[in-house]
Design a protein around this ligand. Structure first.
Ligand SMILES: *Cc1c(COP(=O)(O)O)cnc(C)c1O
Length: 469
């Protein structure tokens, strides 16, 4: 007999008030160590994703978010956003299939990759995912051949020079001077161009990037209208910041963006406006904890340090810490996304030492933090890193045989009950099953109790399914 488990059944519901993330991480560490494990792990706060969705609805009420799932394809995150009503930006057959599997209707998917594999377009056609972007003539020829009824969205290249974390203009987007020629080709092929899109770049660092791009989208829109296309959709792409420490805040962007949208695409025009936020939804939801597996202390100024036992500013040692996740794993964001990791430790010591943090592989490139100030730590202790949800686990490898971190999903009771009100009774049953086995002691008790808990969870999963159906 086959059981279909709902991914959200793996979420641990935490009674309010929910403890702070530092406390939650510490609790997980206690449970893990009791089991004899020192493996790196993540805590994913599903409630944080929900809060982001709500903030979006409040601050950008005219814009429907289509989550760019390449950022983090975690099924719990995807399912949560799907249940909240979000749409999805997919870039491949695999991503489209993942989203359809969550029960998302094809109208809530945009195939937002301007350069698509032909068989993937066929797959989109077969599943009625008809909205897709293009930015070159050859793509139009290909689409004409395999999906002539597709609803096409022209991706333009935002040309203003603004700061972004990852530039994309070298790869995608139709330059404004080429718009006329390209849409003329679409007309000639009798294709249905119905929208304009842009993507300012990943991790936008100046809010005016969006207002300038909206103006440019308007210009391209006018060209399409003059050519006789029935234009109905504006797609403002992604790039919205996902963590508090970002150079600009989401509310700042929203203010400037709402102004630009009201100027160029006022509500009475009835244009459907969508966006493709990725990091915005997931960056701050994940905190990664890694174990210090090795340590090396190097003297910063060995001649001065000679015979000196007290730490002074000049002769303090510097510590190199090796932790069990690195740039080949979750910290690939440092290489690919130009991200900066921030190490936190559990320590009461007021002393800080120059430190560096390294990943576990044998490659010298595997450096997480070149230099930071940390209290002295020992092998076996833990570090944790906030804002680890975007472009982290999605592209992490197991190079050198290093495992990927496990993920612990949590959500505060209040938020969970609000998003799944019809679910409350089933979930409470699930809780009563697991609370009979107090969490840390259950972990300590070994595999038998573990499999019991697993079985108990499976029962509640089936209940989840029933209640959802
Ligand atoms: C990656 C990508 C996004 C998401 O970017 P974020 O910075 O994560 O918001 C959106 N649209 C397109 C076309 C992308 O390639």
């Amino acid at each position: 007999m086959k059981h279909k488990f709902s991914p959200i059944s793996s979420v641990e519901i935490i009674a309010d008030p929910m403890p702070c993330m530092t406390q939650l991480i510490q609790d997980k560490i206690v449970a893990l160590e009791a089991r004899g494990s020192e493996d790196a792990f993540c805590v994913c706060d599903v409630g944080d994703v929900v809060k982001k969705y709500r903030a979006w609805k409040e601050l950008l009420p005219r814009v429907e978010p289509f989550y760019a799932c390449k950022c983090n394809t975690d099924e719990v995150v995807v399912k949560t956003l799907a249940d909240l009503g979000a749409g999805f930006d997919c870039a491949s057959k695999g991503e489209i299939s993942l989203i359809l599997k969550q029960g998302v209707p094809p109208e809530r998917i945009i195939y937002a990759n301007p350069c698509k594999q032909k068989s993937f377009i066929k797959y989109a056609a077969k599943h009625n995912v008809d909205m897709m972007t293009f930015d070159n003539e050859m793509e139009l020829v290909k689409i004409k051949e395999v999906y002539p009824n597709a609803k096409l969205v022209l991706r333009i290249l935002p040309t203003s020079q603004v700061k972004v974390q990852c530039q994309l203009g070298n790869k995608f987007g139709c330059h404004p001077t080429n718009v006329s020629k390209l849409v003329a080709k679409a007309k000639e092929l009798e294709l249905d161009v119905m929208g304009i899109s842009f993507h300012c770049g990943s991790g936008v660092q100046e809010a005016r990037a969006f207002s300038l791009a909206v103006k440019q989208a308007y210009d391209a829109w006018q060209i399409c209208v003059q050519m006789g296309f029935n234009m109905t959709l504006l797609d403002i792409g992604g790039g919205f910041p996902g963590q508090k420490s970002a150079p600009i805040s989401f509310p700042e962007i929203a203010t400037i963006l709402n102004d630009a949208l009201d100027t160029y695409f006022p509500p009475e025009k009835g244009v459907r406006i969508i966006s493709e936020p990725g990091r915005y939804f997931v960056a701050s939801a994940y905190t990664l904890a890694a174990n210090i597996i090795a340590k090396r202390t190097v003297s910063r100024d060995s001649s001065d340090a000679d015979g000196c036992s007290e730490v002074t500013k000049n002769d303090e040692p510097s510590h190199m810490y090796y932790v069990n996740d690195g740039v080949y794993g979750s910290f690939n964001c440092i290489l690919y996304d130009h991200a900066h990791a921030e190490a936190h430790v559990f320590s009461d010591s007021p002393l800080r030492f120059t430190s560096s943090v390294w990943g576990p592989t044998c490659d010298g490139l595997d450096c997480i933090i070149k230099e930071c100030r940390l209290p002295e730590m020992e092998v076996g202790q833990w570090m944790y890193f906030p804002d680890m949800g975007a472009y982290t686990i999605a592209a992490g490898s197991t190079f050198n045989g290093m495992p990927r971190p496990s993920i612990n999903y949590i959500c505060s009771q209040d938020i969970w009950d609000e998003i799944y009100p019809e679910h409350c009774s089933a979930k409470r049953r699930c809780e009563s099953v697991s609370s009979e086995m107090d969490y840390p002691s259950m972990m300590a008790a070994g595999p038998d109790v573990m499999s019991l808990r697993h079985a108990a969870n499976s029962i509640s999963c089936i209940e989840d399914e029933l209640v959802l159906a």
